[in-house]
Design a protein around this ligand. Structure first.
Ligand SMILES: Nc1ncnc2c1ncn2[C@@H]1O[C@H](COP(=O)(O)OP(=O)(O)OP(=O)(O)O)[C@@H](O)[C@H]1O
Length: 396
């Protein structure tokens, strides 16, 4: 029996602690709990950090609300997003989703430091990313030269790795839903960081918001999401492909006008690809830094990503593998690109009563025909009218 007991004690030994170790254990738990608690910021902390949300600290305003720059007492710079009230989520869900999203950690994804709930207000606190967003660099002629080919290639590979992480490796499955040049931020070392991730989880079934963003993000939306609301990782793959083609051409898809015979940047790139002239889409400012093989490879990958049929598009895992190749010796051949909503405007007609898109809501019906152009059908998708910036429904 004694023998038996000492055997048991030996067995348990590694799992028992003396009193000082016990204390350490308690301390560690406390620290962990505090760290966890830090994910919840008090409103006062954010008021102090942003000088009461001073207008001079406003970084901009997106579809989810205004974003302010701030500085915490410990010196960390932050970006605070005040969410618009449209969230369908209650406080509890918002808190648990935000906690989960705060565990998302990747070099190519903006870090969510935490959140704050103050009465009806909900706020998200991000790490501050010093350089501008990709759209501000790429589509402004005086800034484009900062983006030589190496930097653009690094943005492409970084975005691909960040998206792969969100789709397959993060603590929860994250479809971004809004990959576009303005949601790629560059840090002081030009490392690309995907911002605004997790909005599909925080605004899960908010039709109004989804529709606002569908309309507000013309040029990047996968056709099946734009038209039928089908959201999957492949919708992100499509948007990624558009950004790749924008990075190479310096052309904004939603304002595409380089070729009167092409409705969009992907279509233009596809036509040239078919004639073995794909390099002609290259931004002239890249001439001195270009690596022709790498650019051809990226155009090929971009075209695979923007294919009309989501099933034909590669997943991000495959994209990362393809990007690591030296030459464009990929076996997959791209088929026609899907239409991403840049040139076609659906005929608008006012709805009788539209709680989803507000009094100005319009109902349009669309589908893709075999060549991926928009045609009218009886299925209904609500598309609100846009303001000149394409962000919000316009009140009639
Ligand atoms: N973490 C951050 N660090 C630095 N600037 C940021 C950060 N997050 C957002 N910004 C800036 O704040 C502004 C608003 O960003 P936000 O993502 O809300 O909107 P957007 O990308 O312009 O539009 P949308 O809501 O349609 O995506 C942008 O200029 C963006 O560059």
């Amino acid at each position: 029996m004694t023998k038996h007991r000492s055997f048991l004690q030996n067995l348990i030994k590694p799992f028992t602690f003396n009193s000082s170790k016990d204390r350490n254990e308690v301390d560690l738990e406390k620290i962990a709990a505090q760290a966890q608690g830090q994910r919840e910021f008090s409103f006062d902390t954010l008021v102090a950090a942003t000088k009461n949300f001073h207008h001079t600290l406003k970084l901009g305003e997106g579809g989810f609300g205004p974003v302010y720059k701030g500085k915490l007492d410990d010196g960390r710079e932050i970006a605070v997003k005040k969410l618009s009230q449209g969230s369908a989520q209650g406080t509890k869900e918002f808190q648990s989703e935000s906690k989960l999203l705060a565990r998302v950690q990747h070099r190519n994804v903006v870090k969510l430091l935490g959140y704050c709930v103050h009465g009806a207000e909900k706020l998200l606190v991000y790490q501050y990313v010093a350089n501008e967003s990709l759209d501000k660099l790429l589509f402004k002629s005086d800034k484009r030269e900062f983006l030589d080919w190496k930097r653009r290639y690094d943005v492409i590979t970084g975005m691909a790795k960040g998206l792969l992480y969100l789709h397959e490796e993060a603590p929860c499955r994250i479809i971004h839903r809004d990959i576009k040049a303005s949601n790629i931020l560059l840090d002081e070392k030009w490392v690309p960081k995907i911002s605004d991730f997790g909005m599909a989880r925080l605004y899960p079934e908010d039709e109004t918001h989804v529709n606002t963003r569908v309309a507000g993000t013309n040029g990047y939306m996968a056709p099946e999401y734009l038209i039928h609301g089908h959201l999957s990782e492949k919708a992100d793959v499509f948007s990624f492909g558009v950004v790749v083609l924008e990075l190479i051409s310096g052309q904004k898809n939603s304002k595409f006008n380089r070729d009167p015979d092409s409705q969009s940047l992907p279509e233009w790139a596809y036509k040239l690809y078919k004639k073995h002239r794909s390099l002609e889409i290259m931004d002239p400012t890249l001439e001195s830094s270009a690596d022709a093989d790498q650019i051809a490879l990226c155009i090929h990958i971009g075209l695979l990503c923007v294919q009309s049929d989501p099933k034909s598009r590669p997943d991000m895992d495959r994209v990362v593998v393809m990007l690591s190749k030296k030459h464009s010796n990929i076996v997959e051949e791209p088929t026609r690109p899907g239409y991403s909503g840049s040139r076609y405007r659906m005929p608008r007609r006012p709805t009788a009563s539209s709680s989803a898109s507000g009094p100005s809501g319009v109902s349009s019906s669309q589908s893709l025909d075999s060549s991926s152009t928009l045609t009218a059908t009886t299925s209904s998708v609500r598309i609100p009218r846009l303001d000149p910036h394409g962000k919000r429904p316009v009140k009639d």
